[in-house]
Design a protein around this ligand. Structure first.
Ligand code: SF4
Length: 223
């Protein structure tokens, strides 16, 4: 199955996912940092607290007393680490002239913009690419643990493949289209949450008929 055919099957099964849930590009950035190692519902609670405190702006986060910021984002877990990361990101946004200037820079020279985001404390490839794609509409494919697991189980990639290897595969196989990349990543998350979990729920999975891992598991169960 090609990567485009996989997208079409997932889209037919799950429909449009409406990502990213965020009212402004800066809210997307904050969400991308807060979602590290936690469930999205916890991020929503932390973002609601930031909004209630009128603190969901680069200036408010950059200048907030650290203990206060930690308290606002506590529901997202790892709140000390994440508060430090958020303040680093908020200061970076201010130094670079704001979100609109960063969006323009990302569209003009994506590689240079990506390197800058990656140089920030606690911002790895998945977070940087989520920001570029979902906050700035730059066509760059986000790889996460669900993507790696699903591709490996479908026999479409080695479980040893690196982030960069997998990203290059998507970039080579698909039209460079931010809308498509936005939807595709969200569909991987939908499949990973509903079916292709650490212990897969293959019954009812829309990829069941095309998945060698499911077939192996079913044969083993019949012995
Ligand atoms: S059939 Fe099972 S292993 Fe294959 S993609 Fe679906 S849930 Fe994952």
């Amino acid at each position: 199955m090609s990567l485009l055919a996989l997208y079409e099957r997932l889209f037919a099964a799950f429909g449009p996912q409406g990502w990213w849930p965020g009212e402004t590009p800066f809210e997307v950035v904050v969400g991308a940092v807060l979602t590290q190692n936690t469930a999205w519902r916890n991020v929503e609670r932390a973002i609601a607290r930031l909004k209630k405190a009128d603190a969901l702006t680069p200036a408010a986060i950059a200048h907030a007393p650290r203990a206060m910021l930690e308290d606002w984002i506590r529901p997202a877990g790892f709140y000390r680490q994440k508060a430090a990361r958020l303040q680093g990101v908020a200061r970076f946004v201010l130094e670079e002239g704001g979100m609109e200037a960063l969006a323009e820079a990302a569209r003009r020279n994506t590689d240079a913009a990506r390197r800058k985001w990656l140089s920030l404390h606690g911002i790895g490839p998945e977070t940087a690419d989520s920001i570029l794609l979902y906050a700035f509409d730059v066509p760059i494919f986000v790889i996460d643990a669900y993507t790696k697991r699903i591709l490996a189980r479908l026999g479409l990639a080695s479980s040893e493949a690196t982030y960069e290897d997998l990203q290059a595969r998507f970039h080579a196989a698909l039209p460079r289209d931010a809308k498509l990349f936005n939807e595709y990543h969200a569909l991987f998350v939908a499949l990973g949450k509903d079916f292709c979990r650490a212990r897969p729920r293959c019954g009812g999975c829309p990829l069941l008929a095309h998945c060698p891992s499911a077939q192996v598991a079913q044969k083993a169960a019949c012995r």
